[in-house]
Design a protein around this ligand. Sequence first.
Ligand code: G3P
Ligand code: MG
Length: 346
Amino acid sequence: PMSLPETPPETNVTDKYAFAFDIDGVLIRGGRPIPEAIEAMQVLNGKNAYGVKIPYIFVTNGGGKTEQERCIQLSNQLEIEVSPGQFICGHTPMREMAQKYHTVLVVGGEGEKCRHVAEGYGFKDVVTPGDIIKDNPDTTPFRQLTKEEHDNSRARNFKEVKIEAIFVFADSRDWAGDQQIILDLLMSKGGYLGTRSETFDEGPDVYFSHNDVIWSASHDLTRLGMGALRLSLEAMYKAVTGKELNTTAFGKPQVGTFQFATRLLQQWRKSTHGIDAPPETVYFVGDTPESDIRGTNEFNKQSENTWYSILVRTGVFQEGTKPKFAPKATVDNVLDAVLHGIEREN
Ligand code: G3P
Ligand code: MG
């Protein structure tokens, strides 16, 4: 592990409390660390008034790469070592769906990355929009595959392929084409492309890795996210079929994500710090009231008051507005959030 020169060699680890961090808008914006994030990590690693180390995990709705790859990137950005054992992204819980479906359409992300993530999760037959356009270029009148996309896409005869479920793993790079393909499947007879159902109630199940309508990237103002694609798809489905579309979203604010995070934190504290009891308090630091604060507060009610929400002003939430879901504390940035938790504990 990378060692921090300022960290005293023999620091104690607290078993009383821990931190969990959202990433975009808290630690990172547009691929670059938020200035206070690096120091915040050093404080957790012992550079604080008490010389105490505080265990922490990361819970992001983002995705598009393997957990391993994302942790390497985060390690470089934050100048610490981040392990997949302390990391959950939006699509991590989709792993548990790999046994339920055989052939699935995976949407979103760069190139072939999400196909590889899905295969790594154990999905047996992973189709991408590129495979479908390669088989029938008339599918998307205004989108042609690049040479690279064409070469990477897998040739097959979709008349014979039953697609059982659709997983939106990461943000779509081509909303028009991807939505056309998703709608084609939703309106199909039992997941066979090129067919049309008479009842529109036999299409594949649809899952999104999260439901953030907006998120915080490098632009000063918030940007549209996967939740916006979901809204758009539901509206189009209604317009063309007259029916409501039911879809499922993972990620925050779903309580299941916080349960998953609780198990991960428990294992992490045990395997790296030798702590075998649950913490009294988990401080969750987020920037999006609808995902981070809502989820933390709801989970807190179910977990005997152990989760404590802290909202920062470096991302989606901006000063001057009232957050829809009220945090326990609001601070300027992630460093202040860490210091707030430490002060409350001492
Ligand atoms: O696409 C990612 C974004 O919607 C949220 O990421 O880290 O703020 O949960 P994060
Ligand atoms: Mg965020």
